[in-house]
Design a protein around this ligand. Structure first.
Ligand code: PMT
Length: 220
């Protein structure tokens, strides 16, 4: 609805993090940033004051843009900004693991590389719900083949809404212009939405956020 997010401060993340192995190589994923940009553009269109923390270049959506590369950089930005937000939407595909000791110099082929030791990255989403207990927090879940584990994420990640997509399904997930998502609501109910454009998913998602926020407001 036009203007219904007016006065809201909203933080969105988009893209996939890049975790350096050395100055020229990284561990990454296939996120294009399209879903996060659609969520950003819709919120800005509806009047929100939006900050986008992104690993990818973006067109002007009316949001304040903060460019990051790694999960650590994204965590520092998001955790710093989260306490001032009304809503935080974590669409970014954040690496769960990163090289424990990235090389300062390019690793030469002739020197060989048998193993890359990995360590866990910070769980940004979990940190948001701790650092911004008053914000409405939306997580996304990238699942491969079944949404069984999405329910567990909805229960354990401290989110108010979880948007799950099967990244192996035709037309869904990484890089596509469409997405088929299932919403996990705070009362444990779920709602599968049809295959929609990412812009249409964003519209429905903000409609759902408005409903959940209204439902949690104390009655006058
Ligand atoms: O960018 P596109 O090409 O349009 O693709 C869209 C998408 C497939 C990336 C998007 O729809 C999506 O599913 N985003 C979530 C990707 C993801 O990291 O899912 P996950 O199930 O691994 O993580 C669950 C949640 O925890 C996510 O909100 C993620 O941002 C967050 N997370 C994950 C790891 C971590 N270390 N910190 C986090 O905050």
């Amino acid at each position: 609805m036009p203007g219904d997010l007016s006065g809201w401060r909203v933080l969105v993340t988009a893209g996939g993090t890049r975790e350096p192995i050395d100055p020229v190589r990284y561990i990454g994923n296939h996120s294009s940033g399209k879903m996060g940009l659609a969520v950003t553009a819709e919120a800005a269109d509806r009047g929100a004051d939006v900050t986008l923390v992104t690993t990818v270049e973006t067109v002007d959506t009316g949001a304040t843009i903060i460019r990051v590369e790694t999960a650590q950089e994204m965590a520092e930005s998001v955790w710093g900004l989260a306490p001032r937000q009304d809503v935080v939407v974590m669409v970014a595909a954040v690496a769960d693991f990163r090289p424990a000791a990235p090389s300062a110099e390019k690793i030469r082929r002739r020197d060989g590389l048998q193993v890359i030791e990995l360590e866990p990255t910070p769980d940004i989403l979990l940190g948001v719900s701790e650092k911004a207990p008053d914000a409405l927090v939306v997580g996304f879940a990238a699942e491969a083949g079944s949404l069984d584990r999405a329910r567990e994420k909805a229960m354990t990640k401290g989110v108010d809404l979880l948007v799950a997509n099967d990244v192996l399904a035709e037309g869904s997930g990484f890089g596509t212009d469409t997405n088929q998502v299932t919403i996990f609501y705070p009362d444990g109910s779920t709602e599968p939405w049809p295959l929609l454009t990412k812009a249409e998913v964003a519209t429905r998602l903000w409609d759902a956020v408005v409903r959940v926020r209204q439902a949690s407001e104390p009655r006058q």
